[in-house]
Ligand binder design. Structure first.
Ligand code: ZN
Length: 447
């Protein structure tokens, strides 16, 4: 039980309590409300939340955890040059490297208020071991709810694509690996800790055949679909030249839009593109820091939200967004939207909604997580607003979004403590750092 905290429930009405309480029982929210808990309420453990803000745990909707060992490359390059610099480096990763990178990336997410994350693992070097299994293992260790996607590419250099041929696969191999990942890791039950999705990489690194067949397979397996879309002007030009269509039109032609699809980036959208996403119920994973780092542009979040498109937030891979903290993306979302759209383009509460229930909607889990409501999973973040960065900010949600990232007093996943007093309780961070440094050393030495 947490008492005395400001509570931003992010429920459909946006209910907030200046001083409220939450009771957790068996991993689920049993009660939430203003003031004090009803007389007679007992708990094994009671936390005094005065001066703190309680929010739903953040949901990260786009990441490439393997990239944590390869940060700081091609710092001044755009997407295509950045990719061609990094593909040969990533081609040398093995499963042990990926486990270390994923554990470090997940630790960073946990320490900055994330309780659920997806991952898009689209690069499977030959002889690189079972890298998807390595990310699932890392998520189990750190204790985050996890939506790994079995990514893929089938357009290598020999077929006119950007990636080296050693990291692309045949369509049949991709479909077999996806079915295998679902059989081994996917849990459709409520409160599941692992849900697998299918995720061909992008329209410029996969064939239309792979997109078509993976859509059919995902429907058969009952899993969600994810890909990158409309990230750069170069991609728009590629789609115009290759297909005579805009990126959103390419996906629609191939049956790749719908309520079971969430798309990373969506920076370069026309008005009809936005209407198409709204009509089809497709969600967007907005990655403002990565888009800025690669000079890709600024997504039209105000227009997407106004059209009713579900918008979540993503940190993207750490090689294109080195800070890897979803808490920072709330501020970044607000800032970049206002930089082009004026002071009312995105509010602090819009950003909090995107980071929580918006992300849960992207992952198809808004019935289970993303808000603090009775019956939902107890995935919570308790932010300490009593210190230097926040003590004079009266509105706790504004303090969280536009102030520095507050110290994380507590986070829980399914009611289990993951972070307490700013420290990860599930795994040793010093060891994660040492393993990360060793993994980076191995990858560079193989070059
Ligand atoms: Zn990405």
């Amino acid at each position: 039980m947490i008492t005395g905290a400001a509570v931003a429930t992010v429920d459909p009405s946006g209910t907030e309590h200046r001083r409220g309480f939450v009771v957790v029982e068996d991993g689920v929210v049993a009660a939430v409300g203003p003031g004090d808990p009803p007389p007679g309420t007992t708990a094994d453990r009671v936390l005094d939340g005065r001066g703190h803000l309680l929010t739903p745990g953040f949901v990260n909707t786009h990441h490439h955890l393997y990239q944590w060992a390869t940060r700081g490359f091609a710092v001044d390059a755009g997407l295509f040059e950045w990719l061609t610099t990094l593909y040969p480096v990533w081609a040398r990763l093995d499963a042990a490297d990926v486990e270390a990178a994923a554990r470090a990336g997940l630790a960073r997410l946990a320490l900055t208020g994330c309780t659920t994350t997806s991952d898009h693992h689209y690069l499977h070097p030959r002889d690189g071991g079972d890298q998807l299994a390595a990310t699932v293992e890392a998520a189990r260790t750190v204790g985050l709810r996890f939506s790994p996607t079995r990514g893929s590419m089938d357009l290598g250099a020999a077929a006119g694509g950007l990636p080296p041929d050693s990291v692309v696969e045949t369509v049949d191999a991709v479909l077999a690996a996806t079915a295998d990942a679902v059989a081994r890791f996917h849990d459709p039950a409520p409160g599941a800790m692992v849900r697998v999705g299918a995720a061909p990489c992008s329209p410029f690194s996969v064939s239309p055949d792979l997109l078509r067949q993976s859509a059919a397979q995902a429907a058969e397996l009952g899993i969600r679909r994810h890909t990158h879309l409309a990230e750069t002007a170069d991609e728009e030009e590629y789609c115009a030249q290759t297909f005579g269509r805009r990126p959103v039109e390419v996906l629609e032609d191939l049956g790749w839009l719908g309520p079971d699809v969430w798309l990373a980036h969506c920076v370069h959208l026309s008005d009809p593109d936005i209407a198409t996403l709204a009509r089809t119920g497709t969600s967007v994973a907005h990655c403002p820091s990565s888009n800025a780092r690669l000079g890709a542009g600024i997504a039209r979040t105000r227009d997407l939200l106004a059209a009713g498109v579900p918008v979540g937030l993503g940190v993207d891979g750490a090689a294109s967004s080195e800070q890897g903290s979803l808490a920072d993306e709330l501020r970044q979302m607000l800032y970049v939207a206002r930089a082009v759209g004026g002071p009312t383009a995105v509010s602090a509460r819009d950003a909090l909604r995107a980071a929580t229930v918006g992300g849960a909607t992207c992952l198809g889990r808004d019935g289970e997580i993303g808000s603090i409501e009775v019956g939902k999973r107890a995935d919570l973040a308790l932010w300490d607003l009593t210190g230097l960065g926040h003590a004079d900010l009266d509105d706790p949600v504004v303090a969280l979004v536009v102030g520095p990232t507050p110290p994380l007093a507590l986070s829980t996943v399914e009611g289990r403590v993951v972070v307490e007093d700013g420290r990860l309780r599930t795994t040793d961070v010093d060891r994660a750092v040492a393993d990360l440094v060793a993994a980076r050393g191995r990858v560079l030495a193989r070059g």
